[in-house]
Design a protein around this ligand. Structure first.
Ligand SMILES: Cc1ncc(COP(=O)(O)O)c(C=O)c1O
Length: 400
């Protein structure tokens, strides 16, 4: 690390074993596992083995609400407004199923740079009468805010958008999009998967109707811990079609008299919670909450700036925005044979991924040393120069 930088966040490194063993540049996909998660998983196994079904009453059932409370704090929203779900597709379905698509207000407006899982789900609503409006991007990196705003009108029912785009890391102007949606009576579902834990979120004052996201990435909360937030003002009038006994006011009555939705965020639940995931994930979320998004963001902007400078020095094509206010938490670099270079990087323990249309994605986090962020970009140059990404060069041709 640069000895001139006093970086108190590095004190957390020892809590995340993989960052001590690798150059871990992939928190945009899966945040590092905190050491404490193992203890929680052991606690889960012990409770299952020793208490059996009685563990539900002791801890298991309420853990989803404990976890949701942590997410509420990070989102800066009111208590009891978040429900936990297996993944974003299911969290999105929970909110989507509250709407019907009777014309004239039947349009779903989103950018073509949304995450595919979310797009596939919304596109399927055509079978229920929805009309899809896909807003194109000129450069595959950014989305013109005015173009998004103009696409939203009185025919718009839903606007599912990403806060930070998964390919380029571009930060969308949520405030402008929500303001237009509110003006014409459309409902925004904001996907914060690529921002929560890395960027400060100011949802309450932006008037966002609903939010989906997950704890896998910058919250270091492992797979299976995704969530849905719905603003209190909207919640009361929404009745999800995708529902189950867990959304009932008195779930353990197992009433056959029909659904009687809970009044709080739990009305968007469906079935049995994902207990092992909740145990595994809660410690990471607590750590990230303790550090706080402002310190994380400050450090991230410093590191991504250095990475971009390094990309320029090597002459790489950048597939992420340059201005700080448009930059999320990852840097996408497009080089020839990007997939193979990415494989070679991983073989050297520079852990990163490759996405078509983006290139190699690097995402430093609070536990990253500045020197590692720079070294990751330099490793791309070394691999290209040495040809290490092209093992087929110089190999004898296969017979036949
Ligand atoms: C913006 C965004 N939304 C959603 C997802 C994941 O969706 P799901 O939880 O349905 O797998 C990702 C995952 O990489 C993402 O980056």
């Amino acid at each position: 690390m640069d000895p001139t930088i006093d970086d108190p966040l590095l004190a957390w490194r020892s809590e995340f074993p993989i960052v001590e063993r690798t150059n871990y540049q992939i928190s945009n996909s899966l945040g590092a596992m905190p050491r404490r998660a193992r203890a929680r998983l052991t606690e889960y196994a012990d409770s299952w083995e020793e208490q059996g079904v009685r563990a539900w009453g002791d801890r298991w059932w309420n853990l989803q609400f404990e976890f949701a409370a942590e997410i509420e704090k990070i989102l800066g929203v009111a208590p009891r407004t978040v429900s936990m779900h297996q993944n974003v597709a299911m969290a999105s379905q929970a909110i989507l199923s509250c709407f019907d698509f009777a014309a004239p207000r039947n349009r779903i407006v989103y950018s073509e740079l949304n995450f595919p899982s979310v797009m596939y789900l919304y596109e399927q609503q055509v079978r229920h009468g929805a009309e899809i409006v896909r807003v194109p991007s000129d450069d595959g990196i950014t989305i013109d805010t005015q173009r998004m705003v103009d696409a939203i009108d009185e025919r718009t029912l839903l606007v599912p958008i990403s806060h930070v785009l998964f390919r380029s890391g571009y930060v969308q102007d949520v405030r402008a999009i929500v303001a237009k949606a509110r003006r014409v009576g459309a409902f925004v579902v904001l996907d914060v998967f690529q921002s929560i834990g890395a960027l400060p979120l100011t949802l309450a004052d932006q008037g966002v109707h609903a939010v989906v996201g997950g704890a896998l990435k910058y919250l270091c909360g492992g797979p299976g811990n995704c969530f849905l937030y719905v603003h209190e003002d909207e919640r009361r009038s929404l009745r999800p079609g995708f529902t189950g006994w867990a959304a009932h006011k008195d779930p353990f009555a197992f009433s056959t008299a029909g659904q009687d939705f809970r009044d709080d965020g739990g009305r968007f639940l469906n079935g049995t919670p994902n207990v092992p995931a909740l145990f595994a994930g809660i410690e990471g979320v607590r750590i990230v909450a303790e550090i706080g998004p402002t310190a994380i963001r400050q450090k991230s902007l410093r590191m991504t700036k250095k990475m971009i400078e390094r990309c320029d020095r090597h002459g790489f094509t950048l597939r992420s925005p340059r201005p700080a206010e448009q930059r999320g938490n990852h840097v996408s670099v497009d080089v020839p044979h990007g997939y193979e270079v990415c494989q070679a990087l991983n073989a050297r323990d520079v852990v990163c991924d490759y996405r078509p249309g983006a290139g190699i994605r690097f995402s430093p986090h609070f536990y990253t040393r500045d020197a590692e962020a720079v070294a990751a970009v330099d490793a791309v140059a070394e691999i290209i120069e040495s040809g290490a990404h092209r093992p087929w060069i110089g190999q004898p041709k296969k017979p036949g």
